[in-house]
Design a binder for this molecule. Structure first.
Ligand SMILES: [Zn+2]
Length: 70
């Protein structure tokens, strides 16, 4: 008697989409940095190495900014 209904699933899906909107739609991994200061802008990937190519670059000519593993 505890089967998940279609309605429950769609509510969960909508909640998840709301939390990951924007970057995910643009084709990014979009995992949030533990400090909340960056989001992974690699394409969706496996593995634990995440990179934000746009946030935290030491200079405008730097190729990438924040890197972390999670
Ligand atoms: Zn990532």
């Amino acid at each position: 008697m505890s089967q998940t209904t279609d309605t429950d699933m769609s509510l969960l899906t909508r909640k998840l989409r709301a939390e990951t909107s924007g970057g995910r739609a643009a084709g990014y991994c979009w995992l949030e940095h533990p400090d909340g200061k960056a989001r992974c802008t690699r394409q969706p990937h496996t593995g634990s190495e995440h990179i934000d190519y746009y946030t935290g670059r030491p200079s405008l000519t730097s190729v990438k900014g924040v890197e972390w593993t999670e």
